[in-house]
Structure formats: C-alpha cells, structure tokens
Design a protein around this ligand. Structure first.
Ligand SMILES: [Fe+2]
Ligand SMILES: [Fe+2]
Length: 168
C-alpha cells in the first residue's frame, strides 16, 4: 500500500513549488524591466523585483518554522507562464503592443502566485501555523497590489497605445 500522505505533505510540496517559482520570477523581472518601453512599467517591474526578494525571505522563514531545508521543486506552471512571456518579448519587440503584452504576461504570473499563496495561507491556518499564515498573507497582499497596479497602468494608456497609430 502507498504510504499515507496528509495535508502536511501537500503543504510542504506546495511551499517548494512556490519557492522555485519565486526564484524563477526574481530572475525574470529584470528582463521584463529591460524590455518594457514605458518608464512607469519599468518602475513597476523594478519595484516588484525588490518585493520578490522579501517574499523569498518569508518563504525561507516558513521552511525554518517547519525545521526543513529551503528547497525548491521544479514548477512546470511557472516555467510555462514565463516561457509564454518570453515569446511575447520576442514576437512583439519594438512594436506598439509590447508593453500591453508584458503586462498581460506579468498578470498571469501574479495570478498564479495568488492561487498558491491563497492555498498556503488557508492550509497554514488549518495546520495551526499562525506565523506562517501571517507571512503568506503579507505576500498575498503584495501580489494582489501588484496585479491591481498593472491593471491601472494598462488602463492609463498602455492598452490605448497598443492599438497603434490609428488610435493616436
Ligand atoms: Fe511573488
Ligand atoms: Fe508577484
């Protein structure tokens, strides 16, 4: 019979998944920052890169609370989302639609993170890990704020510019 697995195992697995994903995101945000045309979008990516460093530290704190080494587990989902973002950077380079495409890619990342942190926060509560739940809640709030800020940038001209010369 297969070894019994419980919520503790799921929790650790998911923690490793998002730890891998955050480190991938930390490497990807500077590329997006360089690629962005608008200064405000560059600034937004830079700000979130710095926040991501803090988020990785929070994850390391949770590993510590569990008494486990901080170790990632390949996250195919983030690999796929980032690969699609790189495709956009490539295929829309130098075009009016690039920044709108970068925002859409970044929002796919934020939403992936939001599902992970939402689940981890809930599971931490179920497992009586209040400190971990608080750490996840802080990061979740940053991801939600980043997502909302990106929507504001899209609405404040990026989507309009992406329509091309005819819209100008
Ligand atoms: Fe993050
Ligand atoms: Fe994020």
């Amino acid at each position: 019979m297969a070894k019994e697995k419980t919520l503790d195992d799921l929790f650790l697995d998911t923690l490793k998944d998002i730890y891998y994903a955050e480190r991938k995101i930390l490497k990807t945000l500077p590329k997006m920052q360089r690629a962005a045309q608008s200064d405000k979008l560059k600034e937004a990516f830079g700000k979130h890169r710095d926040e991501t460093e803090g988020q990785i530290e929070r994850l390391q704190q949770v590993f510590e609370l569990l008494g486990k080494p901080a170790r990632g587990k390949t996250c195919d989902a983030i690999e796929g989302i980032v690969a699609e973002g790189e495709e956009i950077m490539d295929e829309f380079k130098g075009t009016a639609a690039l920044d709108a495409g970068l925002i859409s890619s970044a929002q796919a990342v934020e939403h992936y993170e939001m599902t992970r942190y939402g689940t981890l926060k809930r599971w931490a509560e179920e497992l009586g890990m209040k400190e971990a739940a608080d750490l996840f809640a802080q990061t979740l709030a940053e991801e939600e704020k980043t997502d909302a800020d990106l929507t504001k940038l899209a609405d404040a001209g990026v989507n309009e510019r992406a329509k091309g010369k005819k819209a100008a």
